[in-house]
Design a protein around this ligand. Structure first.
Ligand SMILES: Nc1ncnc2c1ncn2[C@@H]1O[C@H](COP(=O)(O)OP(=O)(O)OP(=O)(O)O)[C@@H](O)[C@H]1O
Length: 300
């Protein structure tokens, strides 16, 4: 599959702050990628570097297999990394015409893009009459005017109400369904789970996980275990079992996180042979949220 963007050992330091720490990942054509991380984890800095508005400290990134210069490549990229400045007293169409003029691109796509973001009916309304959600959708239309190969969005639903959030997410999925690759940064697990096909989880600039959202949500899972009596023997025996990465106790239930696929009968047999009789055993798949918390907590 064609590589749209490749990051290799990218670093950015702001004085003592290591905002992006040896970050490497690839963006392949046609997927929806989420960079997921808490506030201050380096998402915006990473986007700034690949868009040439922040200077990297070290490392490499290359657009479109490095076949063209970054300057040329960025002509095939649509990005919204700051709230765009539209003119309040101009209509949606007039604002987009101005964008075309500034970017020196034809105005032929304006109506099509307004339809893509469900603003065609409001094309002649002044920008100042728009809700926050509509303003954000106009920004997306603006970033699409040059028919980019990839659309980059930083926290696309920040500050919107639930209806506005839903609308933006549906629009992003539609744009992707029509062949545009998407890269978005978000601190919302729910957003990444609902919108993205692939995720790069970062914390303090470090990559903690990258892969498909499906694999992440379906990866090895966890066991809930209970014994009738004191759980100390269970904890001891479990801790010696290879394939368990974390054990914690929650209200008389032991939660064991798996680092490889282990069946319920396998663990039950092992415990029984070691004189532990369970009163409760359930295998669960963790939500992305649980996994995200496990990932981010384990690295502290
Ligand atoms: N221009 C700057 N000068 C100094 N430090 C900066 C600068 N820009 C970002 N940082 C620091 O780099 C780190 C990463 O910030 P960044 O904005 O990339 O994170 P983020 O994940 O996008 O978070 P948020 O969603 O809160 O913007 C933070 O500690 C931030 O304070």
């Amino acid at each position: 599959m064609e590589t749209i963007l490749s990051l290799k050992n990218l670093n950015k330091k702001f004085g003592k702050i290591h905002a992006v720490n040896n970050l490497s990942f690839d963006i392949k054509k046609g997927a929806i990628y989420g960079i997921l991380g808490p506030n201050g984890s380096g998402k915006s800095t990473t986007l700034g570097i690949i868009l040439n508005v922040v200077n990297k400290t070290s490392g490499e990134f290359s657009w479109f297999d490095g076949k063209i210069s970054t300057h040329q490549a960025l002509k095939k990229v649509g990005a919204i990394i700051e709230r765009p400045n539209f003119y309040p007293y101009m209509t949606a169409i007039q604002n987009l015409q101005l964008v075309c003029k500034i970017k020196e691109i034809p105005t032929t796509k304006i109506e099509e893009k307004l339809k893509t973001v469900n603003l065609f009916e409001r094309r002649n309304s002044k920008f100042r009459t728009f809700s926050l959600g509509m303003k954000q959708r106009l920004a997306i239309a603006s970033a699409l005017l040059n028919d980019p190969e990839i659309l980059i969005l930083d926290e696309p639903t920040n500050g919107l109400d639930p209806q506005g959030i839903h609308e933006i997410r549906e629009i992003i999925k539609n744009i992707a369904a029509n062949g545009t690759t998407i890269l978005l940064a978000s601190h919302l697990l729910d957003e990444v789970e609902k919108v993205c096909t692939h995720v790069v989880v970062i914390r303090e600039g470090l990559k903690l996980y990258s892969g498909s959202v499906d694999e992440m949500t379906a990866s090895h899972g966890l066991f809930e275990l209970k014994v009738e009596s004191d759980s100390s023997k269970l904890l001891e025996v479990l801790s010696q079992f290879e394939g368990i990465s974390a054990i914690k106790e929650e209200e008389n239930t032991i939660i064991a996180t798996l680092s490889k696929p282990i069946s319920a009968s396998e663990i039950n047999n092992y415990l029984f042979k070691n004189n532990v009789v369970l009163s409760h055993l359930v295998k669960r798949k963790p939500s992305l949220e649980q996994q995200f918390l496990t990932l981010t907590n384990n690295k502290s």
